[in-house]
Design a protein around this ligand. Structure first.
Ligand SMILES: Cc1cc2nc3c(=O)[nH]c(=O)nc-3n(C[C@H](O)[C@H](O)[C@H](O)COP(=O)(O)OP(=O)(O)OC[C@H]3O[C@@H](n4cnc5c(N)ncnc54)[C@H](O)[C@@H]3O)c2cc1C
Length: 381
């Protein structure tokens, strides 16, 4: 399979690379330092019409994931948080596309596509992160809909979102099936708590959610089912890898610039063989992750079956984010003491890289998926 970029994709890459350098990079440190939501960056993405990039042409998108990965890579190279703004918008968009009814899609997707609405997606609870079967939030069927009770944590974008897709057990049995419900801002009994003070990914808030007997009308339940929506994330997981590849490339950019301008023992630091080999390893690992990413995205775009996509998406997410962590760590090392100073941007890359190894399924969970695809499911995985 070929995954050379098309002329359109190269055009997207050139455009986003220029915008990233000229308009996003100058804001990146401030967004991280203040941990304030970057409304100006959201407006920029809206102006560029990027909110539908991976989605079908009828929503104004390109209909292919590889284009979206390229855009995320370029933004992630300079600013993790701005790249995140696209991803948090794409998650509920993709979920509604995969499991929403026609009426739900008509109601919410045009607004998300235009950047007029914001969404969020919530599964995680205090006792249920990797293990979704631990979900305790419940939707009990009542006349005309459901009553929702429970507490979620770590829901990104939720304090700005017009709606949140919430995973809850439907019914009162311990093992009642998990369904997804659209919880709208302002619904009685629904509250968003104080945002987390995070080490990385600081510009986009993650908050707890509280549901106190919230009435959810029947038409707000996604008919496609939780499993279908979760499977659709096989397609979107490469986007996390794209952010990782961009982050690794950005860390290399900064490190190369620094060592070429720093002298020690009477010569440029970039002349030491030990340093040059470090850079060579950083570049080859990043390129390997990039090639894996482009292949995974191309498989999604070619409509590969879920059985092939699941391990591929897991490998790509796991490999690329591990590379990002390693490359960012080495980049900090190449900066010496300046690497741990808040005056230089490189420590931001290091902190953001750690988040990537945890979100959208930790890298241990990705390894379980990969191992299961080879060895079969372990008795307790
Ligand atoms: C910045 C950020 C944003 C987030 N945004 C969202 C969001 O928008 N919506 C949402 O629902 N959630 C969100 N999350 C939550 C995230 O999805 C979870 O943190 C993640 O799934 C891990 O769950 P946990 O933190 O409960 O860790 P746990 O599941 O408790 O895991 C703890 C450790 O045990 C390991 N472990 C667990 N099970 C296994 C196993 N079977 N085999 C091997 N190792 C295992 C894990 O890998 C990890 O190292 C966000 C988290 C962060 C940090």
């Amino acid at each position: 399979m070929s995954y050379a970029l098309t002329a359109d994709q190269i055009q997207i890459q050139d455009l986003i690379r220029r915008v990233a350098r000229e308009r996003v990079a100058p804001r990146a440190d401030e967004i991280d330092r203040t941990a304030e939501y970057p409304h100006d960056m959201f407006a920029l993405l809206k102006e560029l019409g990027l909110f539908t990039l991976p989605f079908p042409e009828r929503y104004g998108g390109t209909g292919n994931l590889l284009s979206a990965c390229i855009a995320i890579e370029e933004l992630g190279r300079v600013c993790y948080n701005t790249a995140y703004l696209l991803l948090v918008q794409w998650l509920p968009f993709g979920a509604l596309l995969a499991g929403g009814t026609d009426a739900q899609q008509q109601r919410w997707l045009p607004g998300l596509a235009a950047g007029e609405l914001r969404g969020a997606f919530s599964t995680t609870e205090a006792q249920s992160g990797s293990d979704v079967s631990g979900i305790r939030t419940r939707a009990i069927p009542v006349e005309g809909g459901y009553r929702l009770n429970g507490t979620k944590i770590w829901c990104t974008n939720s304090d700005l979102a017009d709606f949140v897709l919430v995973a809850a057990r439907e019914g009162s049995e311990a093992k009642s099936p998990i369904s997804l419900f659209i919880v709208e801002k302002g619904m009685k009994g629904f509250e968003v708590g104080k945002k987390e003070d995070k080490m990385g990914a600081r510009g986009v808030p993650s908050c707890p959610l509280f549901f106190d007997d919230v009435f959810i009308p029947r038409e707000n339940r996604l008919d496609g089912g939780f499993k279908a929506v979760m499977e659709s994330f096989n397609g979107s997981r490469p986007l996390i890898a794209a952010r990782a590849v961009g982050l690794a490339q950005g860390a290399i950019d900064h490190a190369v610039d620094f060592i070429q301008n720093r002298t020690a023992f009477g010569q440029s630091v970039s002349e030491f063989q030990g340093v040059r080999w470090m850079v060579a390893d950083m570049v080859q690992q990043t390129e390997a992750a990039r090639q894996m990413l482009y292949r995974a995205a191309s498989l999604v775009d070619a409509g590969a079956p879920a059985a092939q996509l699941a391990p591929m998406a897991a490998m790509t997410k796991c490999f690329a984010t591990d590379v990002a962590m390693k490359v960012a760590t080495d980049a900090v090392q190449l900066f010496g003491a300046a690497g741990v100073s808040a005056e230089y941007p490189i420590n931001r890359y290091f902190r953001d890289a750690k988040v990537l190894q945890i979100i959208e399924g930790t890298n241990q969970i990705q390894r379980n998926i990969i191992a299961n695809s080879v060895l079969g499911r372990a008795a307790r995985a």
